[in-house]
Design a protein. Sequence first.
Length: 533
Amino acid sequence: MSIPSGDQLAIPFLPVPISLPPKLTELITLASEDPIKYGGVFAIGSLVCWFLGLAIYRVYFHPLSRFPGPTAAKLTEFYRFYWNYVRKGGLVFEVERLHAKYGPVIRISPNELHFSTLSAHSAIYPPSRPPFLKEPTFYSTLSTNNALFGRLNPTAHRIRRDLLNPFFSKKSISALSTTSQLIPRTATTFLTRLTSFAASGEEFRIDLAFKCFTIDVISTYTFNRCFNTLQLANFDPLEVSAILGAIRQATLAEFFPWAQWAVLKAPGGRAFARLARMELGMLMDALGKSYQEVVAYKERGETEGMMKRMLTPEEKGSGYEVVDSDQVLAELGFELLGAGMEETGNALMFATWHVTTTEGVEERLVKELREWCPVVGEEAVGGVEKLPYLHGVWKEALRMSHGIPGRLPRIAPPNGITIDNHFIPGGTIVSVSQYLIHRNTAVFPDPELFRPERWLSADSRSLEKHVIAFSRGPRQCIGMNLAEAEFKILFANMMRRFSIKVELETGDKLEWRDFLTVFVKGKVRALAKEREE
């Protein structure tokens, strides 16, 4: 076959055919006559043309081509990979810079738009049933369809959430917060350890200590078995490293979903995978009771609570997929332990740092706490939820620790939708980062400053909708009531009894990276000293 010079060829993604140069026409002719000799060259040339055509399409002819953003982001999703992993969790800060440069809507991937406004957040994550579904690639690598976070179908999500809602209602959490109950009891264990450190003058890892507190609360409440991580000498439990390691590896799989399969298929891959998952396996062992044990306990009438509700088949409700015991334990354990540990632990860490380093805040908080609890003794709990300045500290801690700071991608409905006066084509991935909402200067003047006073003014209720660390609507974090109770009971009693001096490896600024949740840079150590009465 020969192609006359000047013939036209349709290149993929170009709207009109283009004329071929004579030399390219000659190469095509040679390749057709001697495919072994020239076929490879032609194949490479075809790939180059295909990628060139794809690049031209994405930059100039894609339905999102009218939206601003870096050219690299328009060309490939590896722009996000670069900022997430090469730059170690820096995408959320790069997105902030891009919004400052381009405006409230930017293109951060070939088929993804990112917004920075609260109105866009309300549209994408509305309080009622949303028109947007979760983006499957992102969520399937972080969770599973049997866990709340990873459930893509809204109906299936509601079925699972309905099983858990009674355990995380305000009434249920209030019962855990009364004297001698789970949260005050675990706070006592935490404060006993601090008393020992204060007496010896020894430094301790306060960042890990807070995570241990939250792990012991949620493990007891979920599995009827306390992991006793607060008893560890260095506050460095297996559960923390296993959960954080799993989060980082799972987020990487968003870009390389084939990586786990490739490792398992490679020579020696299974042994490597077993080694890499050793900590995870040990964590699953630590979860204790198997599905069969729970069923046996139920038959004997010996167990109640969340574990029985989740693991016994007749409690699951219609539409729940039957899964094996290991899968159930893994999903339940990582969902509840991971979420329960990270958000509350980070809020406690950020609050401690900012309260103890921001002029006037610690003095005002301690004054309120002394009036609330004049004499230090058994951990005080009554009325802690009504302390106004403590509530302001809680809200500022949420605002500055962010929960999940980065993007939570959704898919625009098939017929498209209008957001902030921009029509968004169906199938477009859209997102808003909570980090940007929490730093909106129109709502929070001087957003870098830790100011509990923001929440004491008459119009402070109008700020509530702008703190979205637990997200909003039907996908809102189910554990927010538990997190608030844990924070207020522990933080109030800790700051009432102890003066805390925090030391950062990063100097005088609490720095962090975004790997789904906030990963504080470096180790955070502290010295505790009992306050004089």
